[in-house]
Write a protein that binds this ligand. Structure first.
Ligand SMILES: Cc1cc2nc3c(=O)[nH]c(=O)nc-3n(C[C@H](O)[C@H](O)[C@H](O)COP(=O)(O)O)c2cc1C
Length: 316
């Protein structure tokens, strides 16, 4: 897991906000690889080494653009970086899927106040309107767009605009937001997968409508249940589930034990566990009490923030 910060500031020496943000990021104990590439230091003549920049992007899981807002956009070299590094065959077009699935975050410091970015303020438009080109760039390059982080009132003009300590405090709070975002990401979706499995069985216990389950099943889900053999797809799941509803009294009881969730690839999970399954058959009033082994393959879809089960194997 690697975080890449593309920092653009033409005069970092005199920066307060961006310099403080980067210092705080570096000293936070993130327990992950963090690379900060300050474009203007790497390329004082503005001649960008495209291959090195593309390699840095390829190695990263989480890409952050950190910069001050300049003329409602990025500093010049960051725009040049977009034009030269995110090119056809790399970031879009034929073979251009190298950034697909990477997390992206734009993190901006602004001189203006919140009120200035309203229809009656001097900046006239909302900040999110100015940020649309970047949002679309991220979409077009198939990265995952995180809502941007920004902070207002960072311009410092002694005795005219803000105090040094205000801008610094602002920047420390801004860095904390970035750190929280990175930490959220490193925790990943494992916790959500676990919560989902428990929720799934709560609905199973109620013998809920089949629609509840179908929304989380891949269209071509492969599944096997004891006594039913191998089945594929929503139609066969519906048939199986109908037979279960007809056969069993609600509620049933599923107790999940020995849950092991392994993230094979980012957001692709192999899941193994046992279920103590207790139920009563409607007609015969026969009690069922078995321990079943389950093997699932599940994908966590970042865009919808929901799981999708691809394989669902149950054996006794
Ligand atoms: C060339 C230039 C253009 C700027 N354009 C904007 C702007 O469009 N909107 C805004 O809110 N602030 C603007 N500012 C203010 C900067 O965003 C602000 O000074 C900066 O975020 C402070 O960060 P720093 O201490 O790291 O330099 C501009 C500043 C400069 C120098």
């Amino acid at each position: 897991m690697k975080v890449l910060v593309i920092l653009s500031h033409p005069n970092l020496e005199s920066s307060i906000a961006n310099k403080t943000i980067i210092e705080n990021l570096k000293k936070a104990n993130l327990e992950i690889a963090l690379e900060v590439r300050h474009l203007e230091s790497l390329y004082p003549d503005y001649i960008i080494d495209v291959k090195s920049e593309q390699n840095a992007l390829l190695n990263a899981d989480f890409i952050i653009f950190q910069h001050p807002f300049y003329w409602y956009s990025t500093p010049a070299i960051l725009k040049k970086y977009l034009d030269e590094v995110l090119i056809w065959g790399f970031a879009f077009g034929v073979g251009g899927d190298k950034l697909k699935g990477k997390q992206f975050l734009q993190s901006i410091t602004l001189g203006g106040s919140k009120e200035s970015y309203t229809p009656l303020g001097y900046n006239r438009f909302r900040l999110k309107d100015f940020l649309k080109p970047m949002e679309q760039t991220v979409y077009h390059t198939q990265m995952i767009y995180n809502p941007p982080l920004y902070s207002y009132r960072n311009a410092y003009e002694p005795n005219i605009l803000n105090s040094m300590s205000e801008v610094k405090e602002n920047a420390v709070a801004h860095a904390e937001k970035i750190i929280a975002k990175i930490q959220d990401f490193t925790k990943g979706n494992k916790v959500k997968v676990e919560a989902f499995i428990h929720k799934w069985f709560t609905h199973f216990d109620k013998l809920d409508e089949n629609g509840y389950f179908i929304q989380y099943l891949h269209k071509k889900v492969e599944f096997t249940f004891p006594g039913y053999g191998n089945m594929i797809g929503h139609g066969e799941f519906n048939k199986w589930y109908q037979s279960i509803i007809e056969k069993l009294e609600a509620p049933t009881k599923h107790e999940v034990k020995n849950l092991i969730i392994e993230e094979r690839e980012r957001n692709e999970f192999d899941i193994r566990f046992q279920v103590q399954f207790q139920a009563k058959e409607k007609e015969s009033q026969k009690e069922i009490n078995v321990v079943e082994s389950e093997n699932w393959k599940l994908i966590w879809d970042e865009n919808s923030d929901r799981p999708l089960i691809e394989k669902y194997i149950v054996t006794v």
